[in-house]
Design a protein around this ligand. Structure first.
Ligand code: PHE
Length: 396
């Protein structure tokens, strides 16, 4: 009897400790169906929690978790808590489709948040559209994502805008007219960005002195970089992801290429600095938000996020947070929680106060918001300028 009691209490303590730890990290997504309140509203999330772009997925996940915890602490959606099921797709488009199918068929979610990488959102978005489940991408910027259909939304700007912002910045602020472009030809985001940039930059009178490509699994860029070096660009546009950019920057500096490298939101990761080191100092990229923006809304988010996760947020975290909050706001005012009514409610959101700016879902289910240019100074991201309209020339 005694030993039984002892065993019981040890087992009980282990269960409590496990639940306690799980509760600490992620009360919004405790595993095991017994932990999910019976009246919970079920939401899905898919992202790259591991793999080559792991910081994209983990930052977004933290932002979604923060929003969900705050919502649930404040009474949920008309009294009902939200439970988020999270699927790791490892940043692979083939896994993204499977992850979304599981969320819909097995977990019975009624809306989905994700992905970050456009190639993954394209794969997952098709499954959402086929099933009539609304999806909000926090941060995929390729135009094709929301063109999938009326179930697919995003809370960020799109690449024709972002690439034109880079073109405007290079042309007006850096005063450069000769640019080389180095593209990841396996990546929808990189391909779309390249096309949009070339269009905008040549329309401003700029010249693309050379265009080169690399593959997602490449690790040696020296052949392409040699050709780029010979074309004597004033800067190199690399619309890729942070892990590739860090490696390219190091190899370029090793070969004596000293000109600035310029990129887009795909550079936003603490790992760009960690892996790129001094090779990326003095470089620039367009992004959704700068964490040193003095705007009190931004600073308040930075403070709350740091208190919860013990590190600085990046723009992925802020966009994850905004996407979840916007979905929850739409659910609160939807006529019912049927996918049709949720879709209808998302599509009519106007001037939603996000951390990344005011969000109005436009007729194409995208959001029109200003961009920032970030400069990397001594291993730190610094707000350089904000650009709301790339068609208007900038003062130098
Ligand atoms: N915009 C990128 C894409 O569509 C993803 C991304 C967004 C990466 C924001 C970093 C920051 O693939």
């Amino acid at each position: 009897m005694k030993s039984n009691q002892f065993k019981f209490s040890v087992a009980g303590a282990i269960v409590l400790v496990t639940l306690g730890l799980a509760g600490c990290k992620s009360p919004a997504k405790t595993s095991g169906s017994s932990a999910i309140p019976s009246n919970a509203i079920l939401v899905g999330e898919y992202g790259s929690l591991t793999g080559q772009q792991a910081t994209f997925g983990t930052s977004t996940d933290n932002g979604i978790e923060l929003a969900t915890n705050q919502l649930n602490a404040a009474g949920g959606i008309n009294g009902r808590p939200v439970h988020v099921f999270v699927e790791d797709d490892q940043g692979l488009p083939t896994n993204a489709g499977t992850a979304v199918t599981k969320l819909i068929d097995e977990d019975h979610v009624i809306s989905i948040l994700g992905e970050v990488a456009s190639s993954c959102s394209l794969a997952g978005g098709k499954v959402c559209q086929q099933n009539g489940i609304p999806m909000i991408s926090p941060s995929s910027t390729n135009t094709k994502v929301t063109e999938i259909g009326n179930d697919i939304f995003r809370v960020c700007f799109i690449d024709p805008f972002q690439a034109a912002v880079d073109a405007r910045f290079i042309h007006d602020k850096l005063g450069m007219t000769r640019v080389a472009v180095f593209t990841n030809t396996d990546n929808d985001y990189s391909l779309g960005f390249t096309k949009n940039f070339i269009q905008a930059f040549t329309a401003m009178g700029g010249t693309i002195v050379i265009q080169k490509g690399y593959g997602a699994s490449d690790t040696n860029y020296q052949g392409a970089l040699t050709a780029i070096q010979q074309a004597k660009p004033q800067c190199i546009l690399i619309p890729g992801y942070y892990n590739e950019v860090a490696a390219i920057a190091k190899q370029a500096r090793g070969m004596g290429i000293t000109c600035p490298l310029v990129g887009g939101d795909g550079w936003d990761s603490p790992d760009l600095i960690k892996n790129g080191g001094s090779a990326i100092n003095g470089c620039y990229f367009s992004d959704h938000l700068a964490m040193d923006d003095p705007n009190p809304v931004v600073q308040n988010f930075v403070k709350t996020y740091k208190a919860a996760y013990n590190h600085e947020p990046d723009s992925l975290a802020a966009l994850g947070y905004d996407s979840a909050n916007l979905l929850y706001a739409a659910m609160k005012r939807a006529k019912s929680l049927s996918p049709d009514d949720i879709r209808q409610a998302i599509s009519t959101i106007k001037d939603f106060p996000g951390v990344t700016g005011n969000i109005t879902i436009n007729a194409q289910r995208n959001a029109d918001k200003p961009a920032v240019i970030i400069k990397i100074v001594n291993g730190q991201f610094k707000l350089d300028c904000k650009i709301a309209n790339p068609n208007v020339p900038l003062a130098k």
